[in-house]
Design a protein around this ligand. Structure first.
Ligand SMILES: [Zn+2]
Length: 392
């Protein structure tokens, strides 16, 4: 890795933390800002980029939690039918039995065993209140495993959920705490989460030693763009119906659509895009999006964290209609009313929605940019033809 690359990663991580707001209190504050529907003025765009919080944890203290691989098969906030993915999935090469390391010093604070979901899971509580979670485990390290077996014998149940005292199983960073497995739902892999002191899931790839373990030099890939009329009088290419177009690759990290898209009224844009690292077949979600019309930023989102109580709000972010139509997982580049996900920082409700009445009729340039957390960027540029509803 050259120096420039390291600098760019550091600046992205710094940006991510400066612009994120973990914790319900800050979310309330941002809701107040969102109540003004001031999408045209630049003032709120400046707010998006103004630092107003930092995470209170030693970011560089976390280590990669296994020697199974440094390959991610699913990223943070990826689509799940009932929730947003609250951690990352690490490949264990479809095998079981790799050691799982405590990512930092702390103590085993919780054991959870179920035949479904996360299977065998444990959490490690760190001195600053942050928590790491490790799931789908084959088994725990022997003193913990012995303890679990005793409880299972006493209760005569396989399933259990128990909180542990700090003195019972203290761990040091790098200690083997368990072995990877395939318990619960899915094939063998390690599900790894980082949570803040309010138990809100944080994107683990924001941590420098976690992201630097990956080697990703491949820019994200655009697959499709969807244009959805947001009310009955709005139209896309003359029809009151969602239109999807394939992304056409023009060069490395550069995409377009095969035709200009005529819009009238109120239209939401969503994209299907994925990221992958070198030579690896796994496609994961992108980290960050921005959308511009004629160079003006209309929308930005970043998957920094999710509030614990809001991870079920999956349809606020992913377009469920397009998933139902088997078109794939489209990510909405507009903030619908009632969307409280913290991906948009201080963007107001309605941000990202194209209101054609706010533009001069005729051609405009749409640019969508996306990044992975290694700093690779892709853009899709195409022409929008803005019309008025009455002219259709
Ligand atoms: Zn997972």
């Amino acid at each position: 890795m050259n120096r420039l690359r390291i600098v760019s990663i550091i600046s992205i991580v710094a940006f991510a933390f400066l612009s994120s707001s973990p914790g319900p209190a800050l979310n309330k504050k941002s809701l107040e800002v969102r109540s003004t529907r001031d999408r045209v003025a630049n003032s709120w765009i400046e707010q998006v980029y103004s630092p107003f919080d930092t995470l209170r944890t030693d970011l560089s203290d976390y280590i990669w939690p296994t020697n199974a691989s440094t390959v991610i098969t699913s990223s943070f906030a990826d689509y799940r039918r009932t929730h947003l993915h609250e951690g990352i999935d690490i490949s264990t090469n479809n095998q079981k039995g790799y050691p799982v390391y405590a990512s930092r010093d702390g103590y085993v604070s919780r054991i959870f065993i179920s035949r479904r979901g996360y299977g065998k899971m444990l959490t490690v509580h760190h001195p600053d209140g942050f928590v790491t979670m490790y799931a789908h485990l084959q088994r725990f390290m022997s003193p913990i495993d012995d303890y679990v077996k005793k409880i299972q014998k006493r209760t005569r149940h396989y399933s259990l959920e128990t909180d542990l005292e700090p003195s019972m199983f203290p761990v040091s960073k790098g200690d083997v705490i368990a072995y990877t497995g395939n318990t619960g739902i899915g094939a063998a892999h390690l599900h790894f989460e980082v949570r803040d002191s309010s138990f809100n899931p944080i994107n683990p790839l924001l941590l420098p030693h976690i992201i630097s373990a990956l080697s990703d030099e491949v820019p994200p890939e655009f697959q499709m763009v969807a244009f959805t009329p947001l009310d009955r009088s709005s139209k896309v290419l003359g029809r009151n119906k969602t239109w999807t177009g394939d992304a056409k690759k023009e060069g490395s990290g550069s995409y377009t659509l095969s035709q200009p898209v005529k819009l009238s009224g109120s239209v939401g844009i969503s994209v299907r895009a994925t990221d992958r690292a070198d030579v690896l077949k796994y496609r994961t979600g992108c980290y960050r999006f921005e959308m511009y019309v004629d160079g003006q930023l209309l929308f930005s989102s970043a998957k920094n964290y999710i509030l614990e109580s809001e991870s079920h709000l999956v349809s606020n972010y992913y377009d469920k209609n397009l998933i139902r139509l088997r078109k794939g997982r489209f990510e909405k580049l507009y903030v619908e009313s009632g969307n409280r996900l913290p991906f948009y920082n201080r963007l107001p409700e309605g941000a990202g929605t194209i209101e054609t009445s706010e533009f001069q009729p005729g051609e405009h340039v749409l640019k969508i940019a996306t990044w992975d957390l290694s700093g690779n960027e892709s853009t899709l540029t195409t022409i929008l033809v803005m019309g008025s509803s009455s002219a259709q």
